[in-house]
Design a protein around this ligand. Structure first.
Ligand SMILES: Cc1cc2nc3c(=O)[nH]c(=O)nc-3n(C[C@H](O)[C@H](O)[C@H](O)COP(=O)(O)OP(=O)(O)OC[C@H]3O[C@@H](n4cnc5c(N)ncnc54)[C@H](O)[C@@H]3O)c2cc1C
Length: 453
């Protein structure tokens, strides 16, 4: 008999009750509720508001027509393939599928498809690099040695008390809502790494605590792009850039706006102020990155192990994990009546310091699925659940996070595990060159657009 006592009770749409239940389960999790709700119903509303053409025109502006889909995509409430298809359906409905308008469609809506490609690209890199994404992929191009960067995030940044209205507003939005516009993420990350000279990893950890879409791949690799350990130059901005895309909402209330704004300068003078000339102008390619070609990688790869033959299961349980919290989950689709379990991973939540709003978001997604929710050590909980149900194995779906493989391998010593693939964003026959997005996208883009028309 399943033990009811360990199961998280369902709270339906009563968000404060849900928050209280999760706060009791995870007393160390900080913060309140995000205004962004979890679940497929909320994701569908976002999809219905999609406008790929307005997106292409305005995505860099804080008020631009961005989709806000990232928390849902991150947790598999929607797959990238579903969003891709929604963009193409939107274009078809407006008559862009005719042969003579296809090029126009690609020009107008290509930016959104391209951004979905960025997510796919970061995921592919994570699969290759495993926890290697926590290390500099290349030496920094700032002229400063790694030791020049502070290892911890200064408390005034985390608390939103730097005195800079823009930076403090971004920090406040991050901690209150768990979501930031891409440009705000870039400005905030740039300030942390280049103006305050803090290691990107400290900023990345902070983001992952709070972002509802917190994803080590998109997050860490974007931080590396800003820092210059995975790009050709460090990313910086100035006040003119901020005001162009954010308007004057921050500067008009900023005490430093009329004297003392550290962003009020030309790019040339900021370069001189923030960076030192690189020695000899020569930049060695880090051995780690040099080995990243055609799908080969040698540093701490994801422990996938050899693939055992697919087990034939008759009474499995379904393991639902945090990358597949939607109806497209292939394990739930293949075994609709099987007992299904999600386990809040105590070790992960404690070590990453995940905020309460992220846990509430996850639970809201889970409440729409036919799934029991528990907490603890994931493999142990799954094996106990399987024993309660007399199961002969576990069915689940592929996840990119290396923790998934560790848990799967720990379970596979005791029970057969069948892993199903979600629908891919793009199928590439040979492993692409992942050393730069452009190389991956040259191969991927034409195949993605084959789904249109
Ligand atoms: C420092 C930094 C940290 C970031 N951390 C994360 C993170 O933890 N999780 C995360 O999902 N994204 C992260 N991003 C990427 C990007 O900022 C967000 O995906 C985007 O802002 C989410 O808002 P949206 O859904 O409205 O995106 P839209 O602009 O509407 O794009 C649609 C979808 O495309 C994908 N996408 C868009 N831009 C990017 C991008 N640059 N990289 C990867 N995927 C992208 C996302 O899945 C997004 O939901 C980070 C960017 C930076 C600069």
């Amino acid at each position: 008999m399943p033990s009811e006592a360990q199961d998280l009770p369902r709270r339906g749409r009563d968000r404060p009750a849900l928050q209280a239940t999760l706060a009791a389960w995870f007393p160390a999790a900080q913060g309140g509720l995000s205004p962004i709700p979890g679940g497929m119903a909320a994701a569908r509303q976002r999809l219905a508001a999609l406008d790929p053409i307005a997106y292409g025109r305005s995505r860099n502006h804080l008020d631009g027509a961005v989709t806000g889909l990232s928390p849902y995509i991150r947790h598999g409430v929607l797959t990238l393939a579903q969003v891709r298809d929604a963009v193409f359906a939107w274009l078809r409905e407006r008559g862009y599928a005719s042969p003579e308008r296809q090029a126009e469609a690609q020009r107008l809506a290509g930016k959104l498809i391209n951004e979905l490609g960025w997510r796919d690209y970061w995921q592919r890199l994570w699969r290759q690099l495993g926890d290697g994404i926590w290390h500099d992929l290349e030496p920094l191009r700032t002229g400063h040695p790694a030791e020049a960067y502070a290892p911890e995030l200064p408390p005034d940044i985390a608390a939103g008390r730097t005195g800079l209205a823009c930076i403090d507003a971004f920090a406040a939005d991050l901690t209150a809502t768990g979501w930031l516009h891409n440009h705000a993420r870039m400005w905030l990350a740039s300030y942390v790494v280049h103006w305050r000279r803090v290691r990107w990893q400290a900023g990345a950890r902070w983001f992952l605590q709070h972002l509802l879409d917190g994803d080590p791949a998109s997050n860490n690799l974007s931080w590396q792009w800003v820092a210059s350990s995975f790009s050709s130059k460090p990313y910086i901005f100035n006040r003119a850039n901020l005001e162009r895309y954010a308007g004057d909402r921050h500067c008009r209330t900023c005490p430093l706006a009329s004297g003392g704004c550290p962003f009020q300068a030309s790019y040339e003078s900021l370069q001189q102020r923030l960076f030192r000339p690189e020695p000899g102008g020569h930049h060695p390619v880090a051995p780690a990155l040099a080995s990243l070609e055609q799908g080969r990688w040698q540093v701490s790869p994801t422990p996938s192990g050899p693939h055992p033959p697919s087990p034939a299961l008759t009474r499995p349980i379904v393991w639902v994990h945090g990358e597949a919290l939607g109806p497209a989950n292939p394990a739930l689709r293949a075994w609709p009546g099987a007992p299904a379990l999600f386990v809040f991973d105590d070790d992960l939540i404690a070590s990453a310091g995940l905020s309460l709003k992220r846990l509430v978001f996850l639970q809201e997604c889970l409440e729409e699925l036919p799934v029991t929710v528990r907490r603890g050590k994931v493999a142990e909980q799954l094996l106990a659940f399987a024993a309660e149900h007399g199961a002969d194995g576990v069915v689940t779906s592929t996840a990119v996070d290396p923790r998934f493989s560790w848990i799967r391998n720990a379970m596979a010593e005791r029970l057969p595990v069948l892993v199903l693939e979600p629908d891919p964003f793009v199928s590439l026959k040979a492993a692409p060159d992942l050393r730069r997005f452009s190389r991956y996208w040259r191969r991927a883009e034409p195949l993605v657009w084959r789904h249109f028309g």
